[in-house]
Ligand binder design. Structure first.
Ligand code: ATP
Length: 942
């Protein structure tokens, strides 16, 4: 087997023919400790990252050249070349320079958009649980090397090709590779009887393949192949063809862009023909017309939209929301319902057991958090749990039927604060519910509890928790050779499988009265917002491994209940209030008890009254139509399983809602995919849900969803703002020329001036609008209709009316100046040029508000202020710098000119502003809650 070396360039492909031990030996690894970190780093340097080769990116120079591919730009180039040969050298060179500067700006915008999109991709890269030097840690999957020991559990994507070394009911869905959608049951055993023949991938049951999905069970495996050597790597070139998805808005804008080109070209032709008709020189008119067309076509729009989306997405990341699919940014702003899990999203997921109940006796447990310090109290007195057999049994089950571990680290306050005290902080690795139970067991320890007596018993089987069964069990072999099934779970689930109860020290049949009493107690605890878990056990006569849970989890002896607190997250209540203000319905969907769910829902302001709660089993008895009707009213769904989520999403969608839905487990993926905005938990979520999701919450926090919705609304509003600005400016530019030619006036602007106007007004100010802070009442509006036209809610009218005013006022300034001094055309053109720029630079502030310019502080967006100042400098430069005057056909302006310019350029915005104040309505935020500041008040930074 000498060819089977780690660094072999031609790795052995038939790993399934070897025993796990042989693979471990061949790869010089270790089945419990994994690789040494240093060795792993050495292998990584040698082998390269565990990544699939990406499809080739567009080289930068093509991105740059693409900026000049536009049809009208090509025409302008040609026209400029002709003017060069006609002897207009200065004109030609300047025009070409302006075109190139424009191209560079476009290139920077596009490169920036591309960079931000790449950063997003990197953020979403998968992680792997790996054992190195005997320590378990999460590392980026790209750093895995052959020989690494990887742990798998339900919901994981297999991070590399693995030879399994352990498999506990491990099932993997390999459709990505084999097309077979049914999960394959995996084993760690060597495949027998292969006789050296090639075994099809689907039958290589002791291997896990990169990119496939663990649907059940747990396991571990040694990495045998990474990157392009994996099975998926071999076919990766087939999969690299997927294009970047564009958002619906981008698609619509592209269509609109094409239409605008046609309109601009038609109007240009009219301008050219009218100009020639009125005696202007043919070539001058042609050059002016083409310049006008280039200026009027908003060629930068798609890039600015991408930049606005990408920058918005980065702002979301800063608020802990990672957008996986760009189109969902738009949908986010339309969300009309947010459905959220309870545990960890609405609550802190920091559980503490506060109550233990059995045989009609309620113990209170003191202590906070995960620190295993606290005592048991009965009727106000501290008691020792050692004396109470049933309590001991509860503590034993809590400890043994549990996969969490409690760890602590010492923190020297001397180091931190310069003081002499040492403190210990406690953490839980694993499920917080189980962590709380570990802490409970530890609080009972040292009192002679069952835990120490049973310290030697070993676990021989586990039936993992799943949210369908709502319970978990283990089988333990005691030192005396007997087997016991220990189980915990939802009270109804345990009771339903119990035949006996440990009641006041005696084993009794579970009578209807006692059953009722237990249920009654569960409700009482739940009504105090406690998360309630029940405990049971079963003494097994004999034991055979591999039996299904259905035959094991019955004939249980019920022991008692524990209640734990899981306080709501502080920021959730205001976030929910904000949702209600914003016309967004909030819904809790939880596997927890109805009464607990209702109590928490009331604490966080999700429900106001009663009767808004529906249970999973009630939902089972409803038709889809009935559910759709209920769905409008229900705020809490309790005791539901993941497939209910799918029905809830569909019911809400059938009512026209745009639904955001959270999830963490594997089974949540269908609901997440079906919802309009699928949201996965970044901390507790599985790879599968994250991949199905549009949005991943880095902090698992409900408030983050609301922040993302707010950003989503803001991004859309900003896109509307710069579309409004760019198009109104273009309408203005076209109309000046159009009316001038129709009226038989001289050219109000020369071609270079038109191009300069385009350059200084389109670029920076439009970009700055893309990062404008939200208007104060963004979250006081109803959600936008998903199919809304971008020009609706008055935007189309605003564009036409402001554009018309800008054009008309520029022409007026031009005409008045020319009228006064008919021989000085350059003077009048300079006034028109500056008026047009000023009108646009003033109008840009109007675009920030859907009401009027007076509704917002003009200094709030400092990027915009700087953009406007720099545009002004660029214009004043070409007017006042002597050397530039002949190039731009400008002349100095006097005081009277400036007075005229300021009045005429201010009129479009101020007239519209006064109209807005009088008739345009008022910001809803002021009416609704004058004092409250929404979080959107932050200054937005790109
Ligand atoms: P959410 O769906 O909001 O996250 P949840 O965490 O309560 O709420 P599940 O995880 O599906 O939902 O849990 C449902 C019920 O199963 C819980 O109310 C509890 O009674 C029980 N349960 C939860 N975790 C465990 C566990 N580790 N072992 C046994 N039973 C559990």
């Amino acid at each position: 087997m000498e060819e089977m070396k780690v660094e072999s360039q031609q790795p052995i492909r038939k790993w399934y023919t070897l025993a796990a031990t042989e693979v471990i030996e061949a790869l010089q690894s270790n089945s419990s400790q994994g690789l040494a970190q240093q060795e792993a780093e050495r292998r990584l340097a040698k082998q390269g990252a565990n990544k699939l080769a990406e499809s080739k990116k567009k080289p930068l120079y093509t991105v740059f050249l693409d900026q000049f591919k536009d049809f009208m730009v090509v025409i302008l180039f040609i026209a400029t070349l002709i003017s060069y040969f006609l002897g207009e050298y200065l004109d030609a060179i300047t025009i070409i320079a302006i075109i190139i500067i424009n191209g560079v700006l476009g290139f920077i915008q596009e490169a920036r958009a591309e960079r931000s999109l790449q950063a997003l991709k990197d953020l979403a890269s998968p992680m792997a649980r790996v054992m190195r030097d005997g320590h378990l840690s999460m590392i980026p999957a790209s750093q895995l090397v052959p020989g690494d020991l990887v742990l798998l559990e339900a919901g994981d994507r297999v991070p590399a090709d693995l030879r399994l070394v352990s498999a506990n009911r491990l099932e993997i869905e390999e459709s990505a590779l084999t097309g077979e959608s049914l999960p394959v049951s995996k084993t760690a055993r060597k495949l027998e009887h292969t006789n050296g023949a090639q075994v099809p991938l689907g039958d290589q049951k002791n291997l896990g393949f990169m990119g496939t999905m663990v649907t059940g069970g747990t396991g571990s495996g040694i990495v045998v192949e990474t990157g392009m050597n994996t099975e998926i790597g071999k076919i990766a070139h087939l999969m690299n063809t997927a294009e970047e998805a564009e958002t619906p808005l981008q698609v619509r804008l592209e269509q609109m862009g094409k239409m605008l080109v046609v309109v601009a070209v038609l109007l240009t032709i009219v301008v050219i023909v009218a100009g020639i008709w009125h005696g202007h020189e043919l070539f001058t008119m042609f050059l002016a017309g083409v310049s006008l067309a280039v200026a009027a076509i908003p060629e930068g729009l798609p890039a600015i939209v991408t930049v606005a989306l990408a920058l918005g997405v980065q702002r979301m990341i800063r608020r802990n929301a990672i957008v996986r699919k760009l189109p969902s940014v738009e949908t986010l702003g339309c969300a009309s319902v947010i459905c959220s899990d309870k545990t960890g999203t609405l609550t802190q997921n920091k559980m503490t057991v506060t109550h233990v109940w059995h045989s009609d006796t309620m113990y209170e447990v003191s202590g906070r958090g995960y620190e295993p310090q606290g005592a048991f109290h009965l009727y106000g007195k501290t008691v020792s749990p050692a004396r109470d057999g049933a309590l001991n049994q509860i503590l034993r089950i809590a400890d043994r039927c549990n996969n969490a571990t409690l760890t602590s680290e010492e923190q020297s306050a001397r180091k931190l604060l310069g003081m002499g005290k040492t403190t210990r902080t406690w953490h839980v690795m694993g499920d917080p519910t189980e962590g709380a139970l570990k802490v409970l067991a530890a609080k009972g320890q040292g009192t002679g509890s069952e835990r120490s007596k049973n310290g030697q018993s070993v676990r021989v089987e586990e039936y993992p928790f799943d949210s369908e069964r709502k319970m978990m069990s283990v089988v333990e072999k005691g030192t005396d050779g007997t087997y016991t099934l220990l189980t915990k779970g939802a009270a109804e689930a345990i009771l339903a499988r119990s035949t006996h109860i440990l009641w006041k020290g005696e084993l009794q049949p579970l009578s209807a009265t006692l059953r009722h009493q237990v249920l009654d107690q569960t409700e009482k605890m739940a009504a105090r917002a406690l998360r309630v878990l029940a405990f049971g056990y079963r003494q097994l006569q004999g034991y055979r491994s591999g039996q299904p849970h259905t035959s094991m989890e019955n004939h249980l002896v019920f022991v008692g209940l524990v209640g734990m607190i899981d306080p709501p997250r502080e920021e959730v209540r205001p976030a929910i209030a904000l949702c209600h203000q914003a016309g967004i319905k909030t819904v809790m969907i939880t596997g927890d008890h109805k009464v607990t769910a209702e109590a928490i829902a009331r604490q966080i302001g999700m429900t106001r009254g009663y009767g808004e709660v529906l249970e999973g089993r009630e939902l089972d008895n409803m038709s889809d139509d009935q559910l759709a009707e209920y769905a409008e009213r229900v705020s809490v769904y309790a005791r539901v399983s993941p497939e209910h989520k799918l029905r809830i999403v569909r019911a809400l969608q059938s009512r026209g809602h745009v639904v955001a839905m959270t999830g963490d487990g594997v089974n949540d993926a269908p609901a997440i995919k079906t919802s309009d905005i699928g949201i996965a938990m970044g901390i507790t979520g599985t790879d599968v849900t994250k991949e199905a999701a549009d949005l991943v919450l880095r902090d698992d926090n409900f408030a983050t969803i609301v922040a993302a919705v707010e950003e989503g609304r803001n991004i859309y509003d900003n896109i509307r703002k710069f579309i409004r600005y760019l198009l109104a400016s273009n309408v203005g530019e076209i109309l000046v020329m159009f009316f001038a030619m129709l009226l038989g006036l001289p050219l109000p602007l020369v071609p270079i001036q038109i191009l300069w106007v385009n350059l200084v007004t389109d670029g920076l100010p439009a970009m700055a609008l893309g990062v404008d802070p939200a208007e104060r009442d963004t979250m006081y509006q109803k959600p936008r209709n998903k199919n809304e036209n971008i020009f609706s809610r008055g935007l189309g009218w605003k564009i036409i009316s402001r554009g018309f005013l800008i054009g008309a006022m520029t022409l007026l300034a031009f005409w008045l100046t020319l009228h006064e001094n008919p021989d000085d055309l350059v003077h009048a053109q300079t006034v028109a040029f500056v008026t047009l720029v000023m009108a646009q630079l003033i109008h840009v502030f109007d675009c920030r508000s859907q009401y009027s310019v007076f509704h917002r502080n003009i200094f709030e967006n400092k990027y915009l202020v700087w953009a406007v100042v720099s545009s002004l400098v660029l214009v004043l430069g070409v007017v006042y710098i002597d050397a530039l005057q002949p190039i731009f056909k400008t002349t100095d302006l006097n005081f009277r000119d400036w007075a005229l310019i300021l009045v005429t350029s201010g009129i479009p915005t101020f007239v519209a502003g006064i109209g807005g104040v009088l008739y345009g309505g008022r910001s809803k935020e002021k009416k609704a809650a004058p004092k409250k500041k929404s979080s959107s008040m932050r200054t937005v930074r790109p």
